[in-house]
Design a binder for this molecule. Structure first.
Ligand code: SAM
Length: 265
């Protein structure tokens, strides 16, 4: 295993638009949800996660973000992290020894109950349920692949869970990692101002969310549904539920079927 000569596992990587102090330790970090991201592009973090609610939560120490720059663990003068696929074929594969060194370093400071996840198109599709489960854990260590991906032996050795963001291929795992973190961090206690907003939204009851409206109630001749102006909360809830069911049935037969099956249990 190689010994990195540059700093590694460091807490702060200067993001382009976000102040450095956003990722500095906050007073109550011991209880913060800990995200670690192994990546060739640490400057991509926190990215959009440094903004709005997730950014404020990061600044407030509700969660913390450690980037683990894979390049620091690379081999030789050029810090090589990849090599050609054994058996031939296009592209390059991330070396198991280099990735293992990064994983060992990250895991040394991570809670054992935090899962080790490799973002991969071959993984289990990411869902709201997975985000809910992750939010209950003390954190997660995420591996962002590049090129043709990661040597299978390292996936097997560390019993890594593969998670996919969808049936398409991206150039790297950094965007999927940010998606996973956004979906998870917003479920942490205290991150969203209005606790109800995760109760009603899409997927929380196995249904897509009902349509939303705001003022003006008459916009260019388009009126909001009358019932929403009625002040009758029972009727409004009924209308919203019917809309959610109709939308789910039309747009997502897979979700609708699962919802029906649960109802009939
Ligand atoms: C070009 S992709 C590698 C694709 C791989 N050769 C395959 O066909 O399954 C490079 C990296 O991007 C990330 N990636 C690409 N698509 C993804 C997806 N749909 N979900 C999660 N990660 C993805 C993974 O980390 C992957 O290792």
């Amino acid at each position: 295993m190689s010994t990195p000569t540059k700093s590694h596992g460091r807490k702060t990587i200067r993001p382009s638009l976000t102040p450095r102090d956003l990722m500095e330790p906050a007073p109550d970090l011991a209880r913060a949800w800990r995200a670690q991201v192994i990546t060739l592009f640490p400057d991509a973090f926190p990215g959009i996660l440094g903004m709005s609610l997730t950014g404020k939560a990061l600044k407030d120490g509700l969660w913390q973000l450690q980037t683990v720059p894979l390049r620091s663990f690379g081999e030789g003068k050029h810090r090589n992290v990849d090599d050609t696929p054994t058996g031939g074929g296009a592209g390059m594969v991330l070396r198991p020894d280099v990735m293992a060194a990064a994983i060992e370093t990250a895991r040394a400071t991570q809670n054992r109950a935090a899962p080790l996840i490799y973002l991969s198109p071959r993984g289990r599709p990411f869902t709201q349920g997975m985000a809910r489960d992750l939010a209950q854990r003390p954190g997660a260590t995420l591996i962002c692949g590049r090129f043709e991906g990661l040597d299978q032996r390292v996936i097997d050795r560390y019993d890594i869970t593969e998670v996919s963001m969808g049936d398409y291929v991206l150039t790297g795992g950094e965007l999927p990692a940010q998606v996973l973190l956004d979906a998870t961090v917003r479920l942490l206690p205290g991150v969203l101002g209005n606790a109800e907003s995760t109760e009603e939204e899409s997927f929380s009851h196995g249904l897509l969310e009902h349509p939303q409206y705001t003022r003006p109630s008459d916009w260019a001749g388009e009126k909001v549904p009358e019932v929403l102006l009625s002040g009758n909360h029972g009727e409004i809830a009924k209308w919203r539920r019917a809309q959610a069911e109709a939308l789910t049935r039309d747009r997502r037969p897979d979700l609708w079927e699962a919802f029906q099956a649960r109802k009939n249990d």
